[in-house]
Design a protein around this ligand. Sequence first.
Ligand code: ASP
Length: 331
Amino acid sequence: MKRFISAIYLALSVSALADAPVTLVLHGGAGIERKKLAPEKEAACRKVLEESLRKGFAVLKEGGSSEQAVIASVMVLEDSPLFNAGRGAVLTRDGTVEMDAALMVGSTGLAGAVASVHGVRNPILLAQQVMLKTPHVLMIGKGAEDLAREQHLRFEDPDWFITPEQKERLERAKKKDLPKGAYVPVPGRDVSLLIGTVGAVALDRHGNLAAATSTGGLAGKLPGRVGDSPLIGSGTYAEDGVCAVSCTGHGEFFIRNAVAYDVAARMKYAKATLTDATHDIINNKLKKLDARGGLIAVDTKGNIATPFNSEGMFHASMGPDGVVHIAVFEE
Ligand code: ASP
């Protein structure tokens, strides 16, 4: 009898776990200004976001993990020249592409990240390799690229990453925001020209959370500069039972304020809801510092939050009902 009862209990708890409301949320960067976003560009970006959403969500629907889902989604955005990650990444002051990416898996608490890598087609795959194949969390530059070669990841020529739009963006940024060619993050400066980034957070049917972020960083950054995206707890964080977070915006502020972990900490220790935690950080704490940006987050019940304090942030989500939501200027 006892065995029978525990079998029923186990079956119930497994089905309860299998019932988590699969949810995927994406962002394509917070540096969007209404008057600078042409309708054709917006339509093209929405199309790619939908493709990315459907790809990641298909993984979740088939019972795949949140880790697999966020990677599948981010790869679509990295491959698109329209977003600041992988192909289409912004350029450094010297006109080169240096990419950062991070992945964190809530069920294991493991994470992998890369910074300042060149030529690797999908930095998010390399972040996963750091997590899976090394005892480290964050690898940079040549060492990270050597790992990519060892793991047979795909490389592309430097020119493959550089789009005419980003060349032009660098020129404009240099004129407007880069006096003497040096990027200095000054509060109050218009960063709409400079910021971008892509990210994904997901809850899978087993109730496991994951977060992934990939970026070229800030346009016109000094070579060697690393932003918040690959820093666990700043731009990227996931913890089962709490939340998964991916940020976008003026990275220096997100680093100094440990934004992604602050969301989790407020939920864990102050019992804040996902909505309250994320909104307070973006719309009060960061806004007071004149720090522009936003984030996407999902909690363990499938609640989502997409706050931003810039004019617009490309973001998209899909929950158990399978309905596609894509927005730019409203949450
Ligand atoms: N947060 C990224 C960085 O500072 C840029 C962005 O999200 O736009 O590198």
